[in-house]
Ligand binder design. Structure first.
Ligand code: SIN
Length: 517
């Protein structure tokens, strides 16, 4: 099939790009792996989206972003987000889509603006502790009912179509590499078909699933990074993986305990109830995330305990239940009443500050390929992301990329599509036990050797293991029947390697890349 713009990923970044493009009257194809298009990293975001606090200004927001980024943020990206972000929240989310956010009569802005770590003032718009789903539900609904948007769900992008892909016949009109769309697997019938696009936008989200413990949903396996990497696209800052300090410690798996809870006064304590963050940073429990995550790690090592605790039980029980209904219910299901007792917490991989290098229009170094949201690196986050910037970045860069790509098409740019060979199917059935074990090896290696605290020895050990595994998985992939699970495994190992190689090269501790040597 042919389309004007192919968008891979249906979270906030993909929705914003699709919305901006469809409004300019171009044909948009929105592709998602999931059978439920709202399933995305966005859907699970708890904290909120930056708006505008009392006495706030773009300069204040920019200063906070640059401080959190540990001197590595791109000032122009921070300035762009600070200037355009709050206006887009108002114009698109509040006015056009009518997304519901919590209001407060006690606040002069009319909104219940939350405080979060490393923000100099409360400026986070939220809907209880379920902001991502409040935005995503409304946005995806509106996007897929737009007449210019075609949704393809339960379909997995396999590879980007570029001149270097083995199945693409050379096309003389392009003297420099370009992207023409993607090969896509129909999960229902196992067929692989090409989607040719004048412009392709990757909005595939994060990579937290390459680590053993993560806040991210199962789809966050680094698909976009690996596809872009294979197509020769530049990925940068991959060593900066942010670990969220507080996830629910339970054998059933990690669950995010929003930073907004510390914004509401929750304190980090040890098993005796002693507050410990003031030993590490003047901002105590609201210190920047990398500082808090490492402090918890250090406390756990020192005490030999398997977790730290987050205590909000001193607040009114009704208020806590009203403000954090998702967290309250989740913890209660696992036997912890957060209104009465401290929550056991540990850090977990949360957000990739690096990604596909893009400019202010989401353009990568590969012609006609853009990336937006977590899969991209606009330079905004530097070495450590400021809380609640991610949804805003999705909105700003998604809108800009969609609008810019559509404007080029509307102005009548010249586009050619190459001829491609039929997909060569391999039919060896995949043993799910092998896939599961390979994932576990990737995740354990990344967690133990490329995690919160890194060293040359740990990174070298990870290199030996992952290189071997990469060879094994590529051999396995070449013979196997292509399935979503196989595609994910191949992408997972390649993404893990890009993080590892960046971490090996970067010998300086900064932000969330921390080396003990
Ligand atoms: C949280 O609610 O703590 C996560 C928000 C974010 O990562 O920006």
């Amino acid at each position: 099939m042919k389309t004007d713009i192919l968008i891979i990923g249906s979270g906030l970044a993909g929705c914003a790009a699709a919305w901006a493009a469809a409004k300019r009257d171009v044909e948009v194809t929105l592709l998602t792996r999931s059978s439920q298009p709202e399933e995305s990293n966005t859907f699970w975001a708890q904290g909120g989206i930056i708006y505008q606090g009392e006495d706030d200004s773009p300069q204040k927001l920019m200063d906070d972003i640059l401080a959190a980024g540990a001197g590595l943020s791109h000032p122009e990206a921070a300035s762009l987000l600070s200037r355009e972000g709050p206006t887009l929240v108002k114009d698109i989310l509040i006015e056009e889509l009518g997304v519901q956010f919590d209001e407060s009569s006690g606040d002069s802005t009319g909104w219940d603006l939350a405080a979060e770590a490393a923000h100099s003032l409360p400026r986070i718009l939220h809907y209880k502790d379920q902001t991502g789903s409040a935005i995503e539900r409304v946005f995806i609904e509106r996007v897929i009912s737009h007449p210019r948007v075609t949704l393809i769900s339960a379909a997995t992008a396999v590879d980007l179509l570029t001149m270097s892909h083995h199945s693409v016949e050379p096309l003389d009109v392009y003297r420099e590499p370009a992207c023409f769309g993607a090969y896509v697997l129909d999960q229902g019938n196992g067929e692989i078909f090409p989607v040719f696009a004048k412009e392709t936008i990757l909005a595939t989200g994060g990579l937290g699933r390459t680590f053993l413990h993560t806040t991210n949903p199962p789809g966050a396996r680094g698909d976009g990074i690996a596809m872009a990497y294979r197509a020769g696209t530049r990925c940068i800052n991959m060593q900066y993986v942010q670990f969220h300090p507080t996830t629910f410690f339970h054998p059933g798996g990690r669950f995010l305990i929003s930073e907004a809870m510390r914004g509401e006064g929750a304190r980090l304590v040890d098993s005796t109830g002693r507050e410990f963050m003031s030993e590490f940073h003047p901002d105590g429990s609201l210190a920047p995330r990398d500082v808090v995550a490492r402090a918890i790690h250090e406390k756990m090592l020192e005490s030999g305990e398997p977790c730290a605790y987050l205590d909000i039980s001193h607040k009114s029980a009704d208020q806590v239940r009203e403000r954090f209904p998702g967290i309250y219910v989740h913890c209660m299901k696992h036997g912890i009443d957060i209104t009465k007792e401290p929550i056991p917490v540990v850090p977990a991989a949360h957000y990739s500050c690096g990604g596909i290098a893009v400019d202010e229009w989401g353009r990568s170094n590969l012609r006609r390929l853009r990336a937006v949201g977590e899969v991209s690196c606009s330079g905004l986050h530097g070495a450590n992301r400021l809380a609640s910037t991610s949804l805003l970045e999705c909105l700003v860069w998604g809108t800009r990329a969609g609008a810019h790509a559509a404007d080029l098409i509307v102005r009548g740019g010249e586009y050619h599509f190459p001829r491609i060979a039929e997909w060569r199917y391999e039919r060896e059935p995949v043993d799910p036990a092998l896939v599961a074990q390979d994932w576990l090896s990737i995740q354990q290696t990344m967690w133990n050797y490329v995690g919160l605290i890194r060293s040359t020895k740990r990174l070298n050990r990870a290199h030996e293991i992952l290189r071997e595994l990469d060879l094994e998985i590529s051999r396995f992939y070449k013979r196997a029947e292509v399935s979503d699970a196989m595609i994910g495994l191949r992408n997972g190992i390649q993404t893990a390697l890009t993080i590892l190689l960046a971490a090996m090269e970067c010998r300086q501790s900064r932000g969330c890349h921390y080396r003990i040597d």
